[in-house]
Write a protein that binds this ligand. Structure first.
Ligand code: COA
Length: 467
């Protein structure tokens, strides 16, 4: 969108987007090319299936080809229907055969030199590029500030509705050599000493120890100059030495990150929707869900009661039924001992976790649960973690009951809390159906991407540095 605004020089009289033959985009063309109806159903809004014209009117966009912001609902469906948004509008080519919701095939590395049809960046800038490991615990406050600002700016550009973590809490996490998953390593890219890119890799110690989870960011004005790729090349030897077979990451669907990972041969393996609940804008009556007969609601902070920990561990394993697409991620094998280890780890990193469970009154065992993480110094928002109901108790309303009880609890004693954030697999219709009536709305779709380490090394080995 930004690029198109730049190209048309912000002229309000110029069409922002044009159709296949250079003219106005008809709503029928938009519906067909974006697979609108399928995308709406896919996102769990089947009750909102209607014509594109109606949806655009509802979003107060009189015609899609006039300059103006695309409203969240429309944007969400369009970014899901990537045939249009990713390849049709941004690059101004028209590929109506591209299928909504299905990621474009990974491009071979030979595509690296290819230019998209629409190119607005200036690339002939001399850089003195250096990439190096970053020891956050010894870093100067200027460098920590530069890292934080890059992270905040890049996140705000891709995920405008995401909350901004306060500096202190962000830097505290950055300085920890282990995240809650495992060892964390950091790298930076600098141009003549100025920090222009950041990268991290986390090495899980559990059943996912074959995977390195990476995050790479390049400041907007330095993109498409090989900085991200150079950072990845710098990280790879350590990832290899630690015995990882796969590299996994996340990017906003259709954004720079996904184009980059596509170009480097990563595969999109799953799509997840980010949802949030805005406490002030939701009628609390939505959380007055009556308990399911035969089950009682119980809650605790941080430490599961001894008499429930065994059955709670069993209920935690029900999360393994949530769809994970084609990711290589392995769900944890929860035991009472592992629950206790997790609780200890969360306490060590300063997070408070609240749990609401539904207990089957006949057996006294946990049938379903939901978990919220509250991060230190982030009082205005919290994170919805796992919610799961054991298979034999599904369809009884327990998922909604525990989440509604959690909302009543959070709003009763956390007056500064404004939002709850969560991620759900885009095809997890059951979870989406639990969330929507409670007041959650969808913000954006995130792609999980993966590559085999060996294949990535081979692909990157042939690349010459650009500066
Ligand atoms: C993803 C990101 C790190 C890429 O950094 P970068 O330095 O701009 O990437 P590179 O210059 O190394 O790109 C290498 C190739 O990837 C492809 N590519 C990268 N960005 C692209 C884009 N916006 N559109 C199309 N292709 C793109 C191109 O083929 C490019 O080679 P070329 O410029 O010679 O055509 C950067 O866009 C970013 O910080 N995004 C936000 C964070 C994110 O999503 N990270 C990825 C998940 S870990």
């Amino acid at each position: 969108m930004d690029r198109r605004m730049t190209v048309i020089d912000n002229d309000p009289m110029t069409r922002l987007f044009v159709g296949p033959r250079g003219g106005r985009i008809s709503t029928a063309a938009l519906r067909d090319a974006s697979h609108w109806d399928e995308a709406v159903v896919d996102l769990g809004y089947e009750h909102r299936v209607r014509t594109v014209a109606e949806a655009l009117r509802a979003a107060r966009i009189p015609a899609f080809d006039t300059p103006g912001a695309v409203q969240p609902f429309t944007q969400q469906v369009l970014s899901h229907g990537r045939g249009l948004f990713g390849f049709g509008l941004i690059t101004i080519t028209w590929e109506p055969t591209a299928c909504a919701g299905r990621p474009p095939a990974a491009q071979p590395l030979t595509a690296l030199g290819r230019r998209p049809a629409l190119e607005v960046k200036e690339r002939n800038v001399v850089m003195s590029l250096e990439t190096a490991p970053f020891a956050a615990e010894h870093a100067s406050s200027d460098e920590l500030r530069a890292w934080y600002e890059l992270a905040v700016t890049s996140t705000a550009a891709d995920y405008p509705s995401s909350p901004v973590p306060p500096y202190d809490s962000y830097v505290q996490q950055l300085r920890q050599s282990t995240s809650y998953l495992g060892l964390q390593r950091l790298w930076v890219a600098r141009d003549s000493g100025r920090l222009i890119g950041t990268a991290s890799a986390v090495f899980p110690t559990d059943e996912n120890s074959e995977r390195a989870i990476i995050s790479v960011r390049v400041s907007a004005q330095y993109r498409r100059r090989g900085v991200g790729t150079r950072l990845l090349q710098t990280m790879l030897p350590e990832i290899h030495e630690r015995g990882c077979r796969r590299i996994a990451g996340q990017t906003k669907a259709s954004a720079d990150g996904e184009k980059w990972t596509n170009a480097l041969g990563f595969r999109a393996v799953a799509q997840r929707a980010s949802h949030h609940l805005d406490i002030k804008s939701v009628d609390p009556a939505r959380w007055q869900v009556p308990p399911t007969p035969g089950f009682r609601i119980q809650k605790w902070v941080d430490t599961a009661p001894d008499d429930l920990v065994q059955s709670f561990a069993r209920a935690r394993n029900a999360i393994a039924d949530s769809p994970t697409g084609e990711t290589s991620y392995r769900h944890p094998d929860w035991t009472a001992e592992r629950v206790r280890q997790y609780e200890t780890r969360m306490r060590e990193i300063g997070e408070t976790h609240r749990y609401v469970v539904a207990v089957d009154e006949r057996s006294g065992a946990v049938a379903g649960f939901t978990e919220i993480a509250i991060i230190p110094r982030q009082s205005s928002f919290c994170h919805q973690e796992d919610t799961a109901v054991l298979p034999e108790f599904r369809g009884l309303g327990l998922g909604r009951a525990v989440k509604a009880a959690m909302m009543r609890w959070l709003t009763a004693d956390l007056p500064h809390l404004e939002q709850v954030h969560t991620m759900t697999a885009s095809d997890n219709l059951h979870m989406i159906r639990v969330n929507a009536p409670l007041g959650y709305v969808t913000d954006h779709v995130v792609s999980s991407v993966e590559s085999e380490v060996g294949a990535l090394e081979a692909r990157l080995a042939g690349l010459r540095p650009r500066s």
